[in-house]
Design a protein around this ligand. Structure first.
Ligand SMILES: Nc1ncnc2c1ncn2[C@@H]1O[C@H](COP(=O)(O)OP(=O)(O)OP(=O)(O)O)[C@@H](O)[C@H]1O
Ligand SMILES: [Mg+2]
Length: 351
């Protein structure tokens, strides 16, 4: 039975407008969505009703009932494979806005187009982009399984999960402190039902080198990380930090991608390097390629700056799908090449 969440939300909202990510009273086929009461602009926490303490004990932490740290975080962190996932890669960069999410989604779609069972997990709790990129910002109502696992949403044959699916609307800010974020991250990492199984899961990472990155690095057996940078020095400096962070956590850096490497004029086909970088003269290498060489990291490829990539992302039809639909192969070739290299590096066949 498809049970509209609004009933449950009414029941819960007076005590917790945020509502559990995974609440034990929801059963399989039950859809749900975080619903804030009208007077709340977004997820703002109210004290829980103590009478329901057990009933809703599995959800996101509520004010007044501080979340306990998961057991594994008290002792030495233990890395483990995500359930039903054969390979996991992270798409990361310490720098914000360099195109991590766009690359992550297009890589995932490239994997999927080559016959790999693929999922994407948006680990950006504050600024989830995957719902927009996959055209799922309005239709998102994840169900729960009988075991209270979130059922991923599917778009273009790609399974996905994101904090964005759990918010009442796109504009709702997530104004949380660290423990709340960690609790949500735990649930996104360990309480999503990827059965019958994925060959590869792509993690779209938030910017920075903070809690989320460290938790993922400490808890998840990653096959490796792809570091994204734009060519200019200021972005490369942060990309270097990203590489350093993964190395410190003994996670393989699969390589670097240079996004927005060059702008090709659609009228005259002239190539312009919009973002200047001090490595321009070094053997003709782009900034990220030269930096990758410096760091002893493989260079996985360039993606040009093309307004169509941005437009495709904004309309919820990523370039790999958009070009497939229009029979073009202008930019998808760049994503495909990078995806092929990554697949080979993590031991996946490429059909
Ligand atoms: N190669 C490209 N050409 C043109 N636009 C691009 C390209 N790559 C990404 N963009 C655009 O740049 C913007 C930022 O991209 P995106 O959201 O993927 O970055 P991000 O690194 O994930 O950001 P954040 O750090 O906020 O998570 C988006 O508008 C996206 O459409
Ligand atoms: Mg992003």
């Amino acid at each position: 039975m498809r049970k509209c969440f609004s009933t449950c939300a009414r029941q819960l909202s007076h005590e917790n407008p945020l509502v559990s990510l995974v609440s034990s009273h929801f059963h399989s086929n039950t859809h749900y969505r975080l619903v804030a009461p009208k007077h709340h602009p977004g997820p703002v926490l109210n004290p829980p009703n103590p009478r329901n303490a057990n009933k809703y004990s599995k959800g996101l932490p509520r004010k007044g009932a501080p979340p306990t740290l998961p057991r594994m975080q008290r002792g030495l962190p233990q890395k483990r494979k995500l359930r039903n996932v054969a390979h996991t890669i992270a798409v990361s960069s310490a720098k914000g806005g360099v195109g991590k999410s766009t690359l992550a989604v297009n890589l995932a779609l490239s994997f999927s187009r080559h016959g790999l069972r693929t999922g994407i997990l948006d680990t950006d709790i504050f600024g989830p982009s995957v719902p927009t990129l996959l055209g799922l910002s309005d239709v998102s109502e994840p169900k729960l399984t009988g075991q209270n696992m979130l059922v991923p949403l599917t778009s273009y044959g790609l399974r996905s999960m994101s904090m964005g699916y759990l918010l009442p609307n796109e504009a709702a800010p997530v104004a949380w402190r660290g423990l709340m974020v960690m609790k949500a991250l735990q649930q996104l990492l360990h309480e999503v039902d990827w059965s019958p199984g994925l060959d590869v899961l792509v993690l779209d990472m938030p910017p920075g080198t903070g809690d989320v990155q460290l938790t993922i690095g400490q808890q998840v057996e990653l096959d490796g990380a792809v570091i994204v940078s734009t060519p200019q020095d200021i972005a490369l400096k942060d990309a270097v930090k990203g590489v350093g962070m993964f190395r410190k956590m003994n996670i393989d850096v699969l390589g670097m991608v240079q996004n927005m490497s060059v702008f090709v004029c659609p009228n005259c086909q002239t190539e312009t390097k919009i973002f200047a970088h001090s490595h321009d003269d070094v053997g003709g290498l782009g900034g990220a390629e030269a930096k990758a060489t410096d760091l002893g990291v493989d260079f996985l490829g360039d993606v040009p700056l093309d307004p169509n990539i941005c437009a495709d992302a904004d309309r919820g039809m990523p370039t790999v799908v958009a070009e497939e639909a229009s029979g073009k192969n202008v930019n998808s070739q760049y994503y495909e090449r990078i995806a092929e290299k990554v697949a080979q590096k993590i031991g996946l066949g490429w059909a």
